[in-house]
Design a protein around this ligand. Structure first.
Ligand code: HEM
Length: 153
């Protein structure tokens, strides 16, 4: 297969990952909340972005899909006996960021459960690290997209 064909070959997992990341970002920012304030929710078809419980539930659903994709990726890699040294630098950076998002996001899921109380400092730390990691992932992802860098060598 020519390199041009390889470049334009898009596989299903990549499409699902792209859609999942886009909706996680959209529904995550929806909880801040900014879409009503900046009139984006007033655009026909975007009203749901201002509905907290809708964006909240969607964030959880897409987070579950992201976790499933990561488990699939790790198991596929391990069963295929592929060596982890094949992972590119940018791929490793994205994997670490996603791990951080899962830990901070998972922490906030626990915080949201009834009867669970965390200190204000811990809540701030989880919130800010989640937001910071989200921005970091978007920036590294934009870089890898523009530079056409893949996860593995
Ligand atoms: C395993 C993955 C994830 C889980 C479990 C998770 C969970 C959560 C939770 C529980 C919240 C707080 C909702 C609330 O206010 O109660 C949140 C907020 C947010 N999430 Fe995620 N999330 C995950 C991944 C992501 C990813 C991949 C992105 C974007 C790249 C993202 C972007 C955001 C943003 C921007 C916020 C709002 C931050 C803030 O209020 O400071 N999340 N997430």
């Amino acid at each position: 297969m020519s390199s041009v064909n390889k470049t334009i070959q898009i596989n299903t997992i990549q499409i699902i990952y792209g859609i999942t990341l886009a909706f996680l970002t959209l529904t995550g920012f929806g909880q801040m909340p900014i879409f009503k304030r900046y009139y984006i929710a007033d655009i026909p078809g975007f009203g749901w972005l201002a509905q907290f419980y809708i964006t909240h539930a969607m964030h959880y659903i897409f987070a579950a899909i992201l976790i499933a994709l990561c488990v699939y990726g790790v198991v596929d890699f391990a069963l295929g006996k592929k060596h982890f040294s094949r992972i590119t630098g940018s791929g490793f950076a994205k994997a670490l960021i996603i791990l951080g998002l899962m830990v901070s996001g998972g922490g906030m899921v626990v915080r949201n459960l009834p009867g669970i109380y965390f200190s204000h400092t811990l809540i701030y730390a989880m919130n800010l690290s989640h937001l910071g990691l989200c921005i970091a992932l978007l920036m590294v992802s934009a870089y890898t997209l523009v530079k056409n860098k893949s996860w593995v060598k």
